[in-house]
Design a protein. Structure first.
Length: 151
């Protein structure tokens, strides 16, 4: 069973429905501390607040500030937070985004293509809460799908 005791998750997604779905899924997995941001600016404010964010789930495409720009700003601010990238793009575009994030020093824990499947997010949650700051580098959606037995 995945445990989120003392774990703070930040969802960065500009679409209300997508944020709602991610929030509901995380809550159903037992997450208790979830913050939501609809913009890069809100995400930066949340990252600078208390309690510290342990895991950021973010869309690659945001209004006003792209996901890449947000990651640049996060890196420039000195925050170190594991990231799960989520996008409606194809898997190859997602992989390129992950490579760019890793080049900036981010630990990209998982990559998820929308629509977010419950089993895929649950697999990411299991990896995240079990590993803490020992996140395996570059765990991709293909590995998670294999681990949770999804098609």
């Amino acid at each position: 069973m995945t445990t989120f005791v003392g774990f703070h998750v930040l969802i960065v997604e500009d679409r209300d429905f997508q944020r709602f779905v991610l929030m509901q899924l995380l809550e159903s997995f037992g997450a208790e501390r979830i913050s939501q941001s609809e913009s890069g600016a809100q995400a930066l404010a949340c990252l600078g607040g208390d309690p510290a964010v342990d895991w950021m789930i973010m869309d690659r495409h945001l209004s006003g500030m792209s996901g890449a720009e947000l990651l640049e700003a996060v890196a420039a601010s000195g925050f170190s937070v594991p990231v799960t990238l989520v996008t409606g793009d194809d898997l190859e575009a997602l992989r390129r985004g992950s490579q760019a994030a890793r080049a900036q020093g981010f630990r990209v824990v998982t990559e998820i293509v929308k629509p977010v499947a419950r089993t895929v997010l649950q697999g990411a949650c299991g990896l995240t809460s079990c590993c803490g700051d020992r996140f395996p580098e570059g765990v991709g959606v293909w590995r998670i799908l294999a681990e949770v037995g999804a098609d």
